[in-house]
Design a protein around this ligand. Structure first.
Ligand code: GLA
Ligand code: ZN
Length: 658
């Protein structure tokens, strides 16, 4: 079943309204509601005294109307009494000041008091609600994110973490390269935090970034242990934030039954293909190689101080279907009714401030009815991609701390490759660096800056076994400790790409280098930001720089092995057409054929399984689109049979049974 529902805050509304709301939710075809994730102050009004009556009553009302519930552990905002009693639970800023209480997510993840009290409230909630009939699962905390506390307890925790990881100071000194500038550590106590993203030692910074993520994973694990022990029949998930950068989601997802995520696309841009939301969805599905839930989805204009644009007529459903096409198995809108008080007054829900069910409510209702009609067909299906894109937090963090060229942007770069393959109609899986690549015909490894030898050998073997590998600028510069490899670039992958990069440079200021295609016959394009001076060493030159000083060097190459192929792009093309051309070449050599090649503005995505093959077509644009398709396929939403072309209205969706 595909659950549809809303995030609901009973504590924001008079009890008399609950009944009406539950009835309206049910009338809209909703089946599930998330509650309680910010309600610690209601559930533990003073230390050790628990009072769950508000939620008992709210859950009973929801239950009477056939609504299931997900409970959030409330640890993203402790009650104010805790801060007064245990001031050390608040994060310490670099200035030494404790963060003021009053927003949320401003507590220290290593504070003993906070960790203990978090475990206690989680235990109390789990014990209290384990038998509540409509409770089906849990969300841990809310959007684990940035951990910027610099308090003494965090520093001590980091030292312990570093000790557990490196074992001896000799190993740590070697890993961090502390011989540079005489940073040698001779006792563990001497180690402190690097100064955020300033000019500190890269190895130290990378380990610190890993630690900031690990303490949140550990904090979550403490809750999961309690929830699993106390409520073995409930699922445990967390609401992740898609392409958010500060947590290693591969690690955070490990302990969850499935991943959920919060999808707020398009509020600040005109309607267009929201590739970032597509890539995020594929990452979310990739984390456990399993479908995911949408725990929060745009329901209206969104913002805290300023808000973005409203969802246009028909867009609400499109946003939801888009995620289903990428593997969402539940759709939960944030939020039910727009709150009249507090910081999120302008973060609009399905209902406005007046609480009346109007257009956005009706569109959510239409979506729920539509998905009901196809949920049996969708059940048990997931995206079966032959193209894998490597998503590596180590590389992302290392590039963020030390960009190499000023415009280096890990995510933007990955998106260029991703959208090029998707635009050709190919599904893409997102995989972890070093993950098993069996079954993939193509591996794209954008800016794989941190390249441990084992991963390089694996990618090399992938090519030699017949795979198609695509990589680009700054590949293989660093080892797992963020030390530069003592090799000519791209290091151990040089034979796979058939190239050598002895020199490289940033393309400064607004300068650009003209590039002329060779194998990409007749095309000229523009290199910007960065140039690898590529010397072909067996590879075929696809394009060459034109300025006199780099005339001898390739900007893009392709290397054919007995079985496999490897492409290398050593610069950032100004024109999207370069990624598009390479992606088309790669797909061609890999023998991939798309079922549907979508026109601009339309996205294709597949879900298959249980002997069913479903091709989703999503029109992200405001203009109707005509899509060339195979005739004779059933379109599930309308029950019609396709001709040679399929008409999609603005924001239109079609699901073809293949
Ligand atoms: C996030 C949070 C929600 C809410 C929304 C809107 O996604 O998880 O609690 O704050 O943003 O701001
Ligand atoms: Zn701290």
């Amino acid at each position: 079943m595909h659950n549809v529902g809303v995030d609901f805050y009973p504590e924001h509304w008079p009890r008399e309204r609950w009944e009406t709301y539950a009835k309206q939710m049910r009338e809209a075809g909703f089946s599930i509601v998330r509650v309680a994730e910010f309600a610690w102050a209601f559930m533990e009004p003073e230390e050790g005294r628990f009072d769950f009556s508000l939620f008992d009553d709210a859950l009973a009302v929801l239950h009477r109307h056939g609504l299931k519930a997900i409970l959030g552990t409330p640890t993203a905002i402790p009650p104010v009494w805790m801060k007064l009693k245990y001031p050390e639970i608040m994060q310490q800023e670099p200035s030494g000041r404790r963060t003021q209480w009053g927003v949320r997510k401003h507590q220290c993840f290593t504070s003993g008091a906070y960790r203990l009290l978090s475990e206690r409230v989680t235990t109390a909630m789990a014990e209290h609600f384990r038998a509540t009939p409509n409770v089906v699962g849990w969300q841990t905390d809310n959007e684990f994110g940035t951990n910027s506390c610099v308090c003494g307890s965090c520093q001590a925790d980091f030292r312990q973490w570093a000790r557990a990881k490196h074992g001896t100071l000799d190993v740590l000194n070697d890993a961090w390269g502390t011989r540079f500038w005489g940073h040698l550590y001779r006792s563990w106590e001497e180690i402190s935090f690097p100064d955020g993203h300033a000019s500190h030692n890269p190895g130290h910074l990378l380990d610190w970034q890993r630690w900031t993520s690990d303490v949140q994973v550990r904090f979550q694990a403490d809750q999961i242990r309690i929830l699993k022990r106390t409520c073995p029949s409930h699922f445990v998930t967390h609401n992740l934030m898609g392409l958010f950068q500060d947590v290693n989601y591969w690690e955070l997802a490990k302990d969850l039954d499935f991943v959920s995520w919060d999808n707020y696309p398009g509020s600040w841009e005109q309607p267009c293909v929201t590739w970032h939301s597509s890539l995020a969805a594929d990452l979310m599905r990739g984390l456990k190689r399993k479908n995911f839930w949408i725990m929060e989805q745009t329901a209206g204009p969104a913002g805290w101080g300023e808000f973005g644009r409203n969802v246009r007529p028909g867009e609400l459903g499109k946003i939801a279907w888009h995620q289903v096409a990428h593997g969402a198995d539940a759709t939960i809108w944030f939020r039910w009714r727009t709150c009249t008080v507090g910081r999120e007054q302008y973060w609009h829900g399905l209902l406005g401030h007046d609480g009346e069910p109007r257009r956005r409510y009706r569109e959510a209702k239409d979506y729920a009815a539509a998905i009901k009609r196809v949920e049996t067909a969708i059940e048990g299906t997931t995206t079966p991609a032959r193209v894998a894109l490597v998503w590596d937090y180590d590389s992302l963090w290392a590039v963020r701390c030390q960009k190499s060229f000023p415009q280096a942007d890990y995510t933007a770069n990955a998106l260029r490759w991703y959208s090029a393959f998707r635009a050709l109609g190919h599904d893409v899986d997102v995989v972890r660096s070093g993950a098993d690549l069996t079954g993939y015909a193509v591996v794209i490894a954008p800016m794989l800056h941190v390249l441990p030898d084992a991963v390089a050998r694996q990618l090399d073997a992938f090519v030699r076994a017949g795979g198609c590998l695509v990589a680009d600028a700054r590949t293989g510069v660093k080892d797992e400790h963020d030390r530069c490899h003592e090799r000519c670039l791209p290091g151990l992958l040089a034979p796979a790409f058939g190239i050598r990069i002895e020199e490289y440079e940033s393309i400064v200021a607004n300068a650009t280098y003209a590039v002329a295609g060779e194998a990409m016959a007749g095309t000229t394009w523009t290199a910007q930001h960065y140039a690898d001076w590529i010397i072909p060493d067996g590879a075929e030159v696809l394009a060459r720089y034109q300025p006199w000083h780099v005339r001898d060097y390739a900007a893009a190459t392709r290397h054919h092995h007995e079985a496999g192929w490897a492409w290398y792009l050593g610069t950032v093309p100004k024109e999207d057409s370069v990624h598009a051309a390479i992606a088309a070449d790669v797909a061609n050599k890999a023998g991939l054929t798309a079922r549907v090649v979508p026109p601009a503005g339309v996205e294709v995505s597949t879900r298959s399984g249980q002997g069913r093959e479903l091709v989703f077509l999503i029109n992200h644009g405001e203009e109707p689109a005509e899509v060339a398709v195979t005739a004779g396929k059933t379109e599930l939403l309308s029950g019609t049979t396709t001709g040679q072309t399929l008409h999609l209205d603005r924001f239109g969706v079609a699901i073809l049974r293949w």
